[in-house]
Design a protein around this ligand. Structure first.
Ligand SMILES: [Zn+2]
Length: 358
């Protein structure tokens, strides 16, 4: 944690300013690795561990605690390195979430927040490939420690451990651009997470969210998701790791032996009509086995997963008085952006509504 970010932070209990108490001398990248932040009013102590200030060490819910442990295991395992091919995959993935609304140049000189940064994979890309002024990443899980390792060399990045619904930022309207991808649907109340993020959006700022869709996922919701709920979310990390690898191998075979020839025979557009998850599988076929394995694992471990309908999703934006646009991504999920004003005039984009035939 850099000392310069303390001016943005506050106590999550009483909202007062925090100050640096005992701490080590900053390292060569200017980060304080170990120390304490302390609230000037109520004297609550927030430890700095492994370069990251921790604002939400305890939750009162066992299900949320298991959720954050499972995600920490995932991100600590799958995002330990961001070089070479991993960086390429992360870049392509971030761009697919931003598409068709946001480009790196939209972040130029902006103060950015990623709500739920996991191991910092996408945050690393957003900070490296844009000229953003400051990029903050928050996450509830201890994957923040991996996120810190992955991004500490980037001068414009700060990682904070915190609860998305109780953020440690001193003032509202702090960020020009907030994005949260693949996170809100894992909260006990997804809409509350969204509302909390919107509160920190500057006048004219933009929020982008990506969530699992109810549309295009009925097969998964009816057959696979109950297994996650009842069984796999409760299994130990290693068991899920091997089980997901086994399942991925079966699906991988099915994709290459069944889906690929059928796509070649009928053409992709036609195949989309009768092959479930065709767009989704095509996307991962191009990204390789390990990335597909990670996403299968990612589907098995959450203790909480919601599938959000388009109506429900746009109501989040409406309830916050945001102008919005949505995009149906990969035939099974929703990307949406919202802005308090002038969204349509400043962003020449197209709305892609969900086609009921999918
Ligand atoms: Zn306080």
């Amino acid at each position: 944690m850099k000392e310069k970010i303390i001016k943005y932070l506050c106590c999550t209990k009483c909202g007062a300013d925090v100050e640096l108490a005992k701490h080590q001398v900053p390292d060569s990248t200017d980060h304080i690795i170990e120390g304490d932040l302390i609230c000037k009013e109520c004297k609550t102590t927030y430890p700095i561990i492994g370069g990251v200030p921790f604002f939400s060490l305890n939750t009162t819910s066992a299900i949320v605690d298991l959720n954050r442990k499972n995600f920490a295991d995932e991100w600590n395992y799958f995002t330990s390195s961001l070089s070479g091919k991993n960086e390429e995959l992360a870049k392509e993935e971030l761009e697919s979430y931003f598409h068709p609304f946001i480009e790196y140049k939209d972040l130029d000189n902006k103060v950015v927040l990623e709500g739920g940064c996991g191991g910092g994979r996408l945050l690393y890309i957003a900070a490296k490939y844009s000229n953003a002024k400051e990029v903050f990443g928050i996450d509830l899980s201890n994957a923040v420690l991996t996120a810190f390792k992955n991004t500490k060399h980037l001068s414009n990045v700060s990682i904070i451990q915190a609860d998305i619904t109780n953020l440690p930022f001193k003032k509202d309207k702090l960020f020009d651009f907030i994005y949260s991808v693949g996170v809100l649907h894992h909260l006990p109340k997804p809409e509350l997470g969204f509302n909390s993020l919107v509160k920190y959006l500057k006048e004219g700022g933009i929020i982008l969210a990506w969530v699992y869709g109810k549309e295009g996922n009925s097969l998964y919701i009816n057959f696979a998701d109950p297994i996650r709920q009842l069984i796999t979310s409760k299994l130990p990390f290693k068991v899920n790791l091997y089980l997901s690898c086994f399942l991925t191998a079966i699906l991988w075979g099915l994709i290459w032996v069944g889906y690929v020839p059928l796509n070649q025979l009928f053409g992709e557009d036609n195949a989309n009509k009768f092959l479930p998850f065709n767009k989704y599988f095509s996307y991962f076929r191009n990204r390789g086995f390990k990335d597909f394995w990670r996403t299968v694992f990612d589907k098995m471990v959450p203790t909480i997963s919601y599938y959000i309908s388009h109506d429900e999703f746009i109501n989040w934006f409406k309830a916050n008085n945001l102008e919005y646009k949505t995009y149906f991504r990969n035939g099974h999920s929703w990307t949406g952006i919202g802005q308090h004003q002038n969204l349509i005039s400043t962003h020449n984009t197209q709305t892609h509504e969900y086609a009921s035939s999918s």
